[in-house]
Design a protein around this ligand. Structure first.
Ligand SMILES: Cc1cc2nc3c(=O)[nH]c(=O)nc-3n(C[C@H](O)[C@H](O)[C@H](O)COP(=O)(O)OP(=O)(O)OC[C@H]3O[C@@H](n4cnc5c(N)ncnc54)[C@H](O)[C@@H]3O)c2cc1C
Length: 393
């Protein structure tokens, strides 16, 4: 077995790290407190061609896979953005471009992929509803066929990045959940032009005040008689579940990568402080009570990374990757939380001061245990799908 990263992924790691080296922790702190999109980093990533990493070469991208995207996300996150800001990379290059490349019609790909590759267009992904989060097949946003159009009504929640997105990947039901057999049938994904829909008064949104990850707002979205041409269906009518699975596994892998990067930043912060802070006349890191939690986190990061890269590699090679993606997301998020908690404890009282980054890292790390899928649902998957235990629901 060869565990070395392929040259393509090493080049991505180097290229993204070079860009990120111009932005220190204070930059990311400012973006968070000012609730500001990291415009400068985004611009540099666009200039360097890193936004089109997974866009096929014929559409102006680099034609790379999920492994390279995951490495880019981890590198960006580990540079200091941490989990809260890695959405910068995941929303458009991940969810938008990769999904379109796999499921778009030739016309959709030609119209959108070249502009997604340059960052001229951005995307957001709208699945979660107030009454359907973990149980995503229970969504009720409904698209009714009307001539050559569909008319969509419903409500979404937590939709991140609507403000910047030109295109929303909107997940709907075209057969109500109660009538669908199997339940995965009757889902349809639409490409919705956000500015046009807003101008027509058919879509509106309202940011949700949130405890962190404020570089990218998350929103309530209201959809009222939204008219979308049938040519904007992404994938098959009623067959949106296939598109969804191709979003959800990469989503778990990419947000796992972002959590992993967050774990690395937090571990670094903890170790640096443990070496430099002296109490009782010696560095606090010489106390095993401080050193062991940090050492334990190091072990967990390395283990989570192995599974994460395996999951991405499996996806790229057309192999089943559900188990790997779920384990990678679970363990990377746990590593991020434990790293942030260990770094926080290591900082003593100074952890509570906003002059140090650990409070932000702790807040950021907490999201990974909830979004885009909760820890419990990941464990449910492993218990029922992998271990064959009976379902509780
Ligand atoms: C910052 C942020 C950004 C987000 N961005 C997006 C986005 O861009 N697009 C999008 O579509 N969504 C987004 N989400 C939504 C996210 O995917 C959901 O919050 C997540 O899937 C959980 O759904 P829920 O909040 O409805 O929790 P619920 O489904 O209400 O779950 C509540 C609790 O009950 C537990 N639970 C439920 N059922 C079971 C069970 N059978 N067994 C054990 N425990 C169970 C859950 O694990 C959880 O702990 C975002 C969320 C956040 C916080």
């Amino acid at each position: 077995m060869d565990f070395s990263l392929p040259e393509s992924a090493q080049a991505v790691q180097q290229g993204v790290a070079d860009i990120c080296s111009h932005y220190d922790m204070a930059y990311w702190e400012r973006c968070e407190t000012e609730k500001r999109w990291p415009e400068e980093v985004w611009g540099d990533l666009a200039k360097g061609g890193w936004l089109g990493l997974a866009v096929p070469e014929e559409y102006g991208g680099a034609g790379q896979g999920l492994l390279e995207l995951a490495v880019a996300t981890e590198t960006l996150s580990a540079s200091g953005s941490a989990g809260g800001s890695a959405f910068t990379y995941v929303l458009t290059p991940g969810f938008g471009a990769m999904t379109l490349a796999r499921h778009g019609t030739p016309e959709q790909k030609a119209a959108l992929l070249p502009k997604l590759a340059t960052g001229e267009l951005e995307t957001c992904f709208a699945l979660t509803e107030p009454d359907a989060g973990s149980n995503s097949l229970a969504i009720s946003t409904f698209a009714r066929e009307d001539g050559s159009d569909f008319v969509i009504n419903g409500q979404k929640i937590w939709i991140t990045g609507v403000q910047r997105a030109t295109w929303m990947l909107l997940v709907t039901r075209t057969i109500p959940a109660a009538e669908a057999r199997p339940r995965t049938n009757g889902m349809t994904v639409f490409l919705v032009n956000v500015p046009d829909a807003v101008a027509a008064g058919q879509l509106s949104y309202r940011p949700i005040p949130k405890m962190g990850a404020n570089t990218t707002p998350s929103n309530m979205v209201f959809i009222d008689d939204l008219r979308v041409p049938a040519t904007n269906v992404l994938g098959e009518l009623h067959g949106g579940a296939t598109v969804l699975w191709d979003v959800l596994n990469p989503e778990r892998i990419l947000l796992g990568a972002s959590a992993l990067g967050g774990a690395e930043v937090a571990l670094r912060a903890g170790v640096d402080y443990a070496k430099q802070r002296e109490v009782f006349g010696r560095p606090i890191g010489s106390n095993q009570a401080i050193a062991f939690p940090l050492a334990q986190v190091k072990a967990k990061i390395e283990l989570a990374r192995l599974m994460l890269y395996k999951a991405a590699w499996s996806f790229d090679n057309g192999l089943p990757c559900g188990t790997e993606a779920n384990i990678a997301k679970l363990t990377a998020s746990q590593a991020a939380w434990e790293a942030a908690d260990a770094a926080f404890q290591t900082h003593g009282g100074m952890a509570y001061s906003l002059e140090y980054p650990v409070a932000r890292l702790l807040t950021d790390a907490r999201i990974g245990k909830i979004a885009p899928v909760t820890e419990e649902l990941l464990l449910n998957y492993l218990a029922t799908q992998v271990l064959g235990l009976p379902r509780s629901f």
